[in-house]
Design a binder for this molecule. Structure first.
Ligand code: HEM
Length: 519
């Protein structure tokens, strides 16, 4: 019996009856209202179609969830009911574009409260209006310039340091290694701290925080410290505390520097995100604002970049011709592809071996090297297209929105599905097959229409500020992996898409250092 003294079964029955009434009169669209909404079904009371969506996305092939609804309703925009709310689901590229561009006006981004609590009120992902515009452009200034020499050098060095820890013949879970690299890189950019005991202790808490984002929130989870979400809240406090300490110290140093009017060399060395924040807007950001801001960057780039690295390697392993084109001298499979299959011949072969030959074994990669990896960019694009690390974005209508014959009422939740567009055979031939050659230059994917279909990094005012950085990191990682190692899958692993896109086992591979490669 609970505190109110009512037997639990009776309470459950009463709760169910109340929920059914709410569904009948509130959640279920009225005949009048539904006539103007995109067609669809809101499924079962309360849970709607949530369980169907989750079970589809827990398989390697979730496409039927969207395909069936698009076919049934004859429209790329349909209504469903997921995660406790009626939601308009868009598989239409034109409507997606409109939604991305209308951010901050007709729509606003929308996250559940369990996520906003973990992010913190000053997170870039949650700020709105002019404050968002300023913070977004500040982030782009810092992250959107991976060409600047210290950043590329850090990326090169940190990736090599991780690979040096691998035994000459070892089994590693690639996703774990990729996460280590991504975390250390982001910390370096934020606060200029190299991997060591501090980063390791923060990382231990940080992974618990990340788990919280993907736990299924249920009421009062924040009061239960043993749940994944409860643990995540505790971990957030610890990570924020560690960042707060570093940022406060940097603020004190800045005051001392100002007083002594010195430390130019030091400042140049520490031109990191915190420095950018300390100097921005006449130094008016509070410590808490900076902590939330840094935390949001740590969170936003972590899963995405590390899964992109892992899946690029998985797809390459499963597509030996693509891997061959990336690394080895003019090989039989490449020859076969070009001569017998008619794939273009205008791309450089053995992309990464060529770069190494020209540079010599120990030289760090430079911007010009990154720019001479065209096939690697095809591999990255294709991995982004097929894997859909962010399968789409949620928005909430700030006003009634008209699209075609439909009206989406103010307050309604909308999901712009990138995945549905990226895997649509109307837009991409053999859309569900990994085919990096489709991205080779001067085809229809490279023109404005092609570019508007491909939105792995979103678009509009919330376009991902880490889009170029993620590409650079993955390109450098692939360069060092293919020139130094050969590998095969240690065990079969498969991709799932809920709660996030990842492989079930973290993609274990058996690595072997290639003869004559640099240690
Ligand atoms: C493969 C890697 C990545 C993918 C696929 C990706 C994807 C996205 C997408 C789709 C959005 C738009 C969200 C929306 O419109 O609501 C976004 C936003 C964002 N991303 Fe990324 N991202 C990646 C890497 C990164 C990295 C490396 C960073 C930073 C270190 C980063 C930081 C952010 C931030 C801060 C936002 C929020 C921007 C805002 O709300 O103004 N991302 N990302």
């Amino acid at each position: 019996m609970d505190a109110s003294g009512a037997p639990p079964l009776l309470l459950a029955a009463a709760a169910f009856a109340a929920a059914a009434l709410v569904w009948l009169f509130v959640a279920r669209p009225s005949r009048r209202g539904s006539a103007r909404l995109p067609p669809g079904s809101t499924g079962l009371p309360l849970i709607g179609e949530t369980l169907r969506l989750i079970s589809a996305y827990k398989t390697p092939n979730p496409e039927p969830f969207i395909d069936e609804r698009v076919a049934r309703h004859g429209s790329g925009v349909f209504t469903t009911h997921v995660f406790g709310e009626r939601t308009v689901f868009s598989a239409d590229p034109a409507f997606n574009r409109l939604l991305l561009a209308a951010e901050g006006r007709a729509v606003d981004c929308s996250y559940p409260s369990s996520i906003t609590t973990l992010l913190g009120p000053h997170s870039l992902l949650l700020t709105r209006g002019p404050a968002h515009k300023r913070l977004h452009s500040l982030t782009l200034t810092r992250l959107g310039r991976p060409a600047s020499p210290p950043l590329l050098a850090h990326i090169d060095r940190l990736i090599l340091a991780t690979m040096r820890d691998w035994e000459p013949a070892a089994t590693v879970r690639l996703l774990d290694e990729a996460k280590k690299v991504t975390f250390n890189l982001t910390v370096k950019q934020l606060v200029s701290i190299d991997p060591g005991p501090w980063t390791e202790s923060v990382r231990r808490e940080y992974v618990k925080l990340i788990d919280g984002f993907f736990s299924i929130p249920f009421p009062f989870a924040h009061l239960l410290p043993f749940t994944t979400y409860g643990q995540a809240l505790k971990a957030r406090k610890k990570v924020a505390g560690a960042l707060r300490e570093v940022i406060s110290r940097r603020m004190d140093e800045k005051l001392v520097d100002r007083a002594a009017d010195s430390g130019e060399d030091e400042k140049i060395e520490k031109k990191d995100m915190v420095q950018e924040l300390l100097e921005a807007e006449d130094g008016s950001f509070s410590v808490e604002e900076m902590v939330d801001f840094c935390l949001s960057l740590l969170v936003a780039g972590y899963e995405t970049t590390s899964v992109l690295m892992t899946l690029a390697v998985k797809f390459l392993t499963e597509t030996p011709t693509a891997l061959a084109q990336l690394k080895v001298p003019y090989s039989f499979p490449v020859l076969y592809l070009e001569v017998c299959q008619g794939y273009p011949t205008n791309q450089p072969k053995e992309e990464h071996e060529n770069i190494r030959d020209i540079k010599g074994k120990n030289q760090p990669l430079e911007w010009s090297d990154y720019k001479s990896m065209p096939f690697t960019q095809c591999v990255i694009n294709e991995t982004l297209r097929v894997a859909n690390l962010i399968s789409g974005v949620f928005r909430r209508a700030n006003t009634d929105i008209q699209f075609k014959d439909y009206i989406i009422p103010k307050g309604c939740k909308i999901f712009a599905s990138f995945r549905a567009v990226h895997l649509n055979t109307e837009h991409y031939e053999n859309a569900r097959t990994f085919d990096p050659w489709r991205w080779q230059s001067k085809n229809k994917l490279q023109n404005a229409v092609g570019a508007s279909l491909f939105t792995p990094f979103g678009g509009g005012p919330r376009l991902c500020p880490g889009y170029e950085l993620a590409r650079v990191v993955v390109s450098v990682f692939l360069h060092h992996l293919v020139t130094r190692f050969s590998w095969e899958e240690a065990e079969e692993d498969r991709i799932v898409f809920f709660p996030t896109t990842r492989t079930l086992k973290g993609y274990p591979i058996n690595l072997r250092r290639r003869p004559n490669s640099v240690a």
